[in-house]
Design a protein around this ligand. Structure first.
Ligand SMILES: O=c1ccn([C@@H]2O[C@H](COP(=O)(O)OP(=O)(O)O[C@H]3O[C@H](CO)[C@H](O)[C@H](O)[C@H]3O)[C@@H](O)[C@H]2O)c(=O)[nH]1
Length: 147
C-alpha cells in the first residue's frame, strides 16, 4: 500500500460502476475519505445525480475534488456522456482524459429486481451480462486486472 502513497494521499483511481446507487454511494464515501480518486459511471436508472452531490457533501471537502461522475450505459448500447460528447461502445476511449485512467474496478451497475427480470429477461441480459462483458473489455484495454 505504501507504494501508492504520495503527499499524504493514495494516487490510485478506482472505477465504481453503479456508484450513484445505494451500495455504491456508501463505498464511494469510504474510498474518497481514504484518499482514493474515484470515477463513478452510472446510467441513473433508479438513481439520481443528487446522490453523488450528497456524497461530495459527506466527504472531506478537499477530497471531494477527487470524485468524478460520468453518465454511462454499460449494457448492450454502451455509451458514455462526458462534456457533451457521446461515444458509442466501439469508440469508447477513456484516454481522451487521462484522469479517467483507473487501477481497479468495483462493479455495482446492474439491474436486480427479480420480478422485472422474469418479465423482461432480455433487458437483464443486455444490462447485466453484456454490461459486465463490456466492462471487462474496457479493463483489458487499459490493462486493469483488479475487479
Ligand atoms: O445497467 C445499469 C444498471 C444499474 N446501474 C446503476 O447501478 C446502481 C445499482 O445500485 P444498488 O444495487 O445499490 O441499488 P439501488 O440504489 O438501485 O437500489 C437500492 O436502494 C434503493 C434506495 O436508495 C432502494 O431501497 C432499492 O430498493 C434498492 O435496491 C444504481 O445506481 C443504478 O442506476 C447502472 O449504472 N447501469
Amino acid at each position: 500500500m505504501l507504494l501508492f502513497f504520495t503527499n499524504g494521499c493514495f494516487t490510485k483511481t478506482i472505477l465504481v460502476t453503479g456508484g450513484a446507487g445505494f451500495i455504491g454511494t456508501h463505498i464511494v464515501v469510504q474510498l474518497v475519505n481514504e484518499c482514493f480518486k474515484v470515477l463513478i459511471i452510472n446510467n441513473l436508472n433508479n438513481s439520481v445525480i443528487e446522490a453523488v452531490d450528497k456524497v461530495k457533501e459527506l466527504v472531506v471537502l478537499e477530497l471531494s475534488k477527487k470524485l468524478q461522475f460520468n453518465l454511462c450505459h454499460l449494457g448492450l448500447y454502451l455509451q458514455i456522456t462526458y462534456n457533451e460528447c457521446n461515444l458509442t461502445r466501439v469508440e469508447l476511449d477513456f484516454t481522451y482524459n487521462n484522469w479517467l485512467r483507473f487501477d481497479a474496478v468495483i462493479h455495482f451497475a446492474s439491474l436486480k429486481a427479480v420480478g422485472e427480470s422474469f418479465d423482461n429477461p432480455r433487458q437483464y441480459f443486455d444490462n447485466n451480462l453484456i454490461g459486465t462483458i463490456n466492462l471487462y473489455e474496457i479493463m483489458a484495454k487499459y490493462n486493469c486486472k483488479k475487479v
